[in-house]
Design a protein around this ligand. Structure first.
Ligand code: AMP
Length: 419
């Protein structure tokens, strides 16, 4: 058997502590920020009927090339979710909670992409969806949530880019104008962009290829295709961001990977790393999507933040302190193990993080394990302590020696020392 079969599949990773703890911390901070704004958590299935995702638009790469779809044993055509907006909106359309409905989510998504730094085939997102009102201040609210989330994580070098893609009709006009522009000079476009032009002209604006740069720079401007309504909405969004002191840049070339956005589109870019994958989050308004998924006409706005990339940005900015250790107390017992069993249990129930040595090994071996654990304090039980009903406390970080204390005072003593 080829041992390559026992490696994590291409584009996936095993995340060990302390990275796993940072991942959890990111989700906790996110839950805190969106909880303050009254968003409820929604947990949707990791796979859906493939049609749910096909509603995202056949022209999007995510649907066309990257979907992990399969038939189950009853022949149903299903797909692992490539993103969560479609699932959350499907859940809304199916259950019709009262609006405005504001929900947040977290969890993995799956896309068959070219794997590289910051681009994985399984990656995690946190995000929100807010359904039921066209109020431009809701667009501002969701952007502010993302902004404050990055801020509370400790990131300082994140930039907000903003655009309006107009309403549905504006988009159609704009796409027509792009087709004409790029069509006229299509021989000068990169091979990749020629194909994109066929499938999805808007996405040509997203090309980062040098060869396309001039044609993109001279392309028509979305702002010129905006209807009065869309213009007003866009101005109100900008005004709201100014009131909240959230800096932003209007980028008229900003388009998003998914087709469903109308009016507001935005992206958060990490300036701390120059990888091609520096978009750490993005979102926008998707007023037609609920209807597309079988619900009543309901406007919506939301965003998704890439957890893996945000953590890379945190590393680049040195946001995380040196990791705490997994445990603070380590129990050493050379009398057979029963004391270790009861002491760890007692201390854990009192709220301490505690580990112990196994297999009744020698004092020396157990003390080595105590050092390796990173704990601050070792609690030692030997024959003598057993007889006198005491334990010995040893500071593992400083060589301040050790103290013997009565067993019944242990919790009180440790609270004073460690809390
Ligand atoms: P999207 O759902 O494409 O709008 O992406 C939202 C965010 O998810 C992006 O800004 C990235 O931070 C993250 N993301 C998207 N695709 C990937 C991927 N393949 N690997 C890692 N992060 C991703």
């Amino acid at each position: 058997m080829n041992d390559l079969n026992f490696r994590a599949p291409k584009g996936t990773r095993d995340i060990f502590w302390p990275d796993s703890a940072r991942h959890q911390q990111l989700v906790d901070v996110f839950a805190e920020v969106v909880g303050e704004a009254g968003y409820e958590q929604v947990i949707t299935p990791m796979f859906e009927n493939v049609e749910v995702f096909q509603r995202l638009g056949d022209a999007t790469d995510v649907v066309r090339k990257e979907m992990y779809d399969f038939q189950d044993k009853s022949g149903r055509h299903l797909a692992l979710r490539p993103e969560q907006t479609a699932s959350v909106v499907r859940a809304f359309a199916e259950h019709r909670p009262s609006t405005p409905w504001k929900a947040w989510y977290t969890g993995p998504n799956f896309r068959y992409e070219r794997a590289q730094k910051g681009r994985f085939r399984q990656f995690s997102q946190v995000g929100v969806e807010a359904l039921g009102t066209e109020d431009p201040h809701l667009d501002v609210e969701v952007m502010a949530l993302a902004w404050h989330f990055y801020e509370r994580l400790g990131l300082r070098q994140v930039k907000l880019e903003l655009n309006s893609l107009g309403n549905k009709t504006d988009r159609v006009h704009f796409i027509e104008a792009l087709k004409q522009h790029f069509g006229k000079y299509s021989n000068d476009l990169s091979e990749e962009s020629k194909k994109t032009l066929e499938a999805n002209p808007l996405r040509v604006l997203d090309s980062k290829r040098e060869q396309d740069a001039d044609l993109i720079a001279s392309a028509p401007n979305m702002a010129d295709s905006l209807s009065e309504d869309a213009k007003k909405h866009f101005l109100q969004v900008q005004e709201g961001l100014v009131v909240l002191d959230i800096p932003f840049i209007v980028n008229s070339k900003l388009v998003r990977g998914l087709d469903y956005y109308v009016r507001t589109a935005f992206e958060f870019v990490a300036e701390s790393f120059d990888a091609a994958q520096n978009a750490v989050g993005g979102g926008g308004r998707y007023d037609g999507l609920v209807e597309d998924l079988g619900g009543p006409p309901t406007p919506g706005v939301g965003f998704a933040i890439g957890a893996d990339r945000t953590l890379l940005a945190c590393d680049a900015e040195g946001v995380f302190q040196e990791s705490e250790t997994l445990v603070e107390i380590f129990v050493v017992d050379t009398t057979g193990g029963l004391s270790a069993l009861s002491l760890t249990n007692e201390l854990r129930l009192a709220g301490f993080r505690v580990d112990r040595a196994w297999e009744n090994r020698s004092m020396k071996a157990q003390m080595k394990a105590a050092d390796k654990s990173g704990a601050l304090v070792a609690i030692i039980v030997g024959e003598e302590e057993l007889v006198t009903d005491t334990v010995t406390l040893r500071d593992l970080r400083q060589s301040t020696g050790q103290t013997e204390i009565k067993r019944e005072t242990i919790i009180e003593t440790l609270r004073k020392r460690l809390r």
